[in-house]
Ligand binder design. Structure first.
Ligand SMILES: Nc1ncnc2c1ncn2[C@@H]1O[C@H](COP(=O)(O)OP(=O)(O)OP(=O)(O)O)[C@@H](O)[C@H]1O
Ligand SMILES: [Mg+2]
Length: 222
């Protein structure tokens, strides 16, 4: 479902060029859980941003379900990203002025759904699945960091993505909350068949993965 070929990312900075990802080849099969591990600065987030259509590669290709995503025009890429890829970031990324249910429904509304009642039903059901059924009308500031992360997972799932990308979604949370949120992500992977690529520093979490992608200095470690 995912293929990266000769993928590279070089940042141009005042201090010179930084080669964050170098000629990286990677395949992940549909429905898999793949864990990305590696030291800080090894290029994990840079890789995820290219896979997710957020940061243009300096060289190479990213193909998702047969689509060369960086070959798409800007509008087509935005539509592809919104419709096919879900993201969960490390820190809260919910919009503070919207209720949880609005935050979760938003990517579907942006996609131009006609059935807004159906979308809100689905947003409510996803929040309930994440244990937030009583918080539909709450604002992000009224819930805990762990609950915000659950809401972000619900939002990432509203458009039934084929691919769920999570970049250290639990690293700032306590151990028990981390386990609970990982259970939600793995449940999505197993029950909905969503391909999951997770960046983590937690080796116990990585060991549960069907595929481990170990990165050092922007390249795969065999
Ligand atoms: N926007 C940027 N501009 C310049 N250099 C960058 C930028 N983003 C990342 N880098 C550099 O690219 C390299 C890889 O960074 P990246 O964020 O991908 O690492 P990471 O593996 O995600 O690290 P961490 O585990 O700390 O999140 C680092 O040397 C970093 O300093
Ligand atoms: Mg990172």
């Amino acid at each position: 479902m995912l293929a990266c070929r000769q993928l590279s990312k070089t940042y141009r900075t005042g201090r010179g060029d930084v080669a964050a990802v170098v000629d990286l080849d990677l395949e992940v099969e549909a429905g898999r859980y793949a864990a990305v591990i590696g030291r800080s600065g090894s290029g994990k987030s840079s890789l995820m941003a290219m896979i997710g259509g957020l940061s243009r590669p300096s060289a190479g290709t990213v193909t998702i379900d047969g689509t060369d995503i960086w070959g798409l025009g800007d509008d087509a890429l935005a539509r592809f990203r919104n419709g096919r890829i879900g993201f969960v970031f490390q820190f809260a990324s919910l919009l503070p002025t919207l209720r949880l249910v609005d935050n979760v429904a938003l990517p579907a509304m942006l996609g131009g759904v006609r059935d807004s009642a159906g979308t809100y039903d689905k947003a409510s059901a996803l929040l309930a699945r994440m244990g937030l059924g009583d918080y539909l009308d709450a604002y992000p500031s009224e819930i805990s960091a762990g609950e915000q992360r659950r809401a972000a997972i619900a939002r990432a799932l509203i458009n039934d993505p084929a691919l769920l990308l999570a970049d250290e979604p639990t690293s700032d949370l306590d151990e028990q909350t981390e386990i609970e949120i990982m259970d939600e992500l793995l449940g999505v992977n197993r029950e909905l068949g969503t391909t999951l690529i997770l960046v983590t520093h937690n080796l116990a979490l990585a060991e549960q993965a069907e595929q481990i992608v170990h990165i050092a200095n922007g390249a795969l470690v065999a």
